[in-house]
Design a protein around this ligand. Structure first.
Ligand code: GLN
Length: 544
């Protein structure tokens, strides 16, 4: 029997950024898994930060955290939501990480006598990182290359993937290029020239794409795709249209399947695969298109204008909506502006309030106002990470009577440091990858809301923060009606807090949004949206 050969799919992007390359890569992974193939996914990012952990969400959108504590690109969130690919720190690497490894090796003397260069040392390091995922348990590795063809910083990555067919055989590699076909209203025509140029650039580097996925505003038709095929030197059937979707991102994999992309990949890579069954996703899409009711959730944050800053939270709310046949409308509220507004007017009509994670003090008082409003008016509330810390501060000030209580992140001299940094964090000086990161266990308290919705005693959730609920205050809070419903069994830290005599007031120190999937909504998001649905029904009954 022939030795097992892991196949490679490389996904590159051209013409413009933000084409949805991550989503398309995830959709390809999903289609291949639905054909019974074992898929691993990874993303290469050409920027120089060692990881995105030190970037502002305004620059980069959300930082997606993995079980092993990897702080990664948000596209990995798409991969995890769409596929079962096991993701680790090795699933996302940047120019910065490649260079720091190569430079460390040089200092150790691993290249003694050599001039260390982009080709072959940097490219070899990139190739090694890509091929590291290959194993007898993996049929296909999908490697997405961040950025757009033509970017200076992407060149070493393109050169590395150009070389891989020489190492593993061209028949074992597939290049998929994603581009844009803009529609020019004035000309009344879809324009193929930018795509021709982009493919031309790839071919100059020595990469001939096997499949083109062309993003369009409206359907192109056969004549246009045949023209693209001819000019780009791609087979006619290998030009796949991916028009903008009307309802949901779940249409992406179904649309690609309709264009037989999965079969094309299976044929081109000579894979043996099962027939496809996408009924579960068709069913999800049906639910998204036909909700029985609608709820409005206010998300009160500080990176509200950036559409991807709370990406996984918005996705997790959608998943919970699907679970309860509800369309979840998100009202994005800038916390800093809320400080100057009438909270009653802004939040009076919502069915639930969510305060997400964040860093720095801008908008903190607005978040605290929103939480007070939720607590006093029995509006379902869900706090995540910084959202939990703000809930602790609010309760300290309003209920426990600790005037000026704060987190030492915002007021180092507060008399009541209800949120503080633990000793081991205080010693750390470097900012990169030094937070409390990744999966940590949490034991749930019997009889609590958390225990009820998770329906198990011990859970594992992902963290990304430096500050904690100060254990010194715990007893006093509990006496005043706070419940610590989740505790880390290893260090005793409070991970979940609740107010039991409230319809839904639950806040968590971890990030549950990273573990929600479309067919399996996260229990806490599901519980929160269910409580919001009940409030919505009550409000409707009052108005009739
Ligand atoms: N800034 C807070 C901390 O570092 C919360 C972080 C977060 O919300 N991810 O602890």
């Amino acid at each position: 029997m022939a030795a097992h050969q892991t196949k490679h799919i490389f996904v590159t992007g051209g013409v413009v950024s933000s084409l949805g390359k991550g989503l398309t890569s995830a959709a390809i992974g999903l289609l291949l898994e639905k054909r019974g193939l074992r898929v691993r996914m990874q993303k290469l990012d050409p920027y120089i930060n060692v990881d995105p952990g030190t970037m502002s969400p305004f620059q980069h959108g959300e930082v997606y955290v993995l079980d092993d504590g990897g702080e990664t690109d948000l596209d990995l969130g798409h991969y995890e939501r769409f596929t079962n690919s096991k993701l680790t720190k090795d699933s996302n690497f940047t120019t910065g990480r490649i260079y720091s490894t190569v430079i460390a090796k040089e200092r150790k003397g691993e290249y003694l006598g050599e001039t260390v260069q982009v080709v072959p040392h940097i490219t070899n390091e990139i190739k090694a990182n890509i091929r590291k995922l290959a194993s007898p348990d993996v049929d296909v590795i999908i490697t997405e290359l961040g950025g757009t063809v033509g970017d200076i910083e992407g060149l070493p990555f393109l050169e590395a993937i150009r070389q891989i067919p020489l190492d593993v055989g061209r028949q074992n590699c597939l290049f998929i290029h994603l581009t844009l076909i803009p529609y020019l209203k004035a000309a009344g025509e879809a324009k193929t020239k930018p795509t021709q140029h982009s493919v031309g650039q790839l071919r100059q580097i020595g990469i001939q794409p096997d499949i083109l996925i062309v993003r369009t505003e409206r359907e192109l038709g056969r004549e246009a795709t045949d023209k693209i095929a001819l000019f780009c030197n791609v087979e006619k059937d290998a030009v796949i249209e991916e028009p903008d979707k009307e309802y949901s991102i779940y249409e992406v994999p179904l649309g690609l399947m309709d264009h037989k992309l999965d079969q094309l990949i299976v044929d081109k890579l000579g894979l043996r695969a099962d027939p496809i069954d996408m009924s579960q996703w068709a069913d999800l899409l049906h639910k998204v298109k036909n909700p029985s009711h609608e709820v409005t959730i206010a998300v009160v944050g500080k990176y509200i204008q950036h559409k991807d800053a709370y990406k996984s939270i918005y996705e997790a709310l959608d998943h919970a909506g699907i679970a309860h046949s509800a369309r979840v409308l998100v009202k994005r509220i800038e916390a800093e502006e809320l400080e100057r507004q009438d909270v009653d007017v802004v939040l009076g009509g919502v069915d639930g309030i969510l305060v997400p994670g964040g860093f720095g003090m801008r908008g903190i008082e607005g978040k605290i106002d929103a939480i007070r409003f939720a607590r006093e008016n029995e509006i379902p509330f869900f706090g995540i990470c910084l959202g939990m810390q703000c809930a602790v501060i609010e309760f300290a000030r309003s209920v426990v009577g600790l005037a000026g209580a704060n987190s030492t992140e915002f007021d180092t001299h507060t008399h009541h440091p209800v949120i503080c940094m633990l000793q081991e964090q205080k010693k750390i000086e470097e900012k990169g990858a030094t937070m409390r990161l990744g999966a940590q266990p949490c034991r749930l308290t019997g009889g609590s809301r958390a225990r009820e919705v998770y329906n198990t005693d011990l859970i594992s959730e992902r963290h990304r923060h430096r500050y904690e609920f100060n254990p010194v205050y715990r007893e006093e809070f509990v006496r005043k009606g706070f419940e610590v419903s989740g505790v880390n069994p290893d260090n005793g830290l409070a991970e979940i807090i609740e107010i039991p005599n409230h319809p839904w007031f639950v806040a968590v120190q971890f990030h549950p949004e990273f573990k929600s999937k479309p067919p399996a909504a996260h229990p806490l998001f599901s519980g929160f949206v269910q409580a919001a649905c009940s409030r919505h029904r009550q409000r409707m009954e009052l108005t009739v």
